[in-house]
Design a protein around this ligand. Sequence first.
Ligand code: GRF
Length: 216
Amino acid sequence: MDIVVLVSGRGSNLRAIVEAIDEGRCAARIVGVVSDRRSAPALQFAEERHIPTRVVHPREHSPREAWDAALAEAVGAWGAELVVLAGFMRIVGPAMIAAFPWRIVNVHPALLPSFPGSDGPAQAIAAGVRISGCTVHLVDAGVDTGPILAQAAVPVRGDDTVESLHRRIQRQEHRLLPSVVDAIARGWMRLGASPTVAPAHEPSDGSTGFVSPPFV
Ligand code: GRF
């Protein structure tokens, strides 16, 4: 399955997908990487791996609707079946959602519906929860509100900082996101307003299927 990955930052999730593809754990092909930031290290990584890249900078496409339309056009040009937001720090708009209905996946560093928005790990620490984690979900018109596809849990330790918790969550993201993309590519997971998972691939004990075991 051809996918396009959208990035804004470091790109550790992009790397995890590329690694999983290289190792035969993810039945996808990255046909393009798009960023809203020219200086994103993720973009440099994609270039090093000879993956086609595009930058769709908000400053060059204003107002917001024009940026959204330019993004939909850039992503659509590669003819991909799935769009993966891997640390893409902007909210995609109606043009993107209309171009890829239930075909945009996001990874979020908290157990949604708790702690949506840009600072999931900080919100978890401030709330004093003892378990947090990551969520892979479909993107709808809201902020981190779309149907949940998979989650992985991590403990929150008493001496955690936002950074140490985020690092622990990211280790799970790097397992979960490529696994979900793989499950979608193989047709195990069907996308829509109420996504379903083929019963044979539904995790039974938390250690099989595409959902990673908790507390790793
Ligand atoms: C991840 O923690 C993801 O959950 C959030 O942004 C971060 C991106 O990290 N949406 P990276 O750029 O993939 O390293």
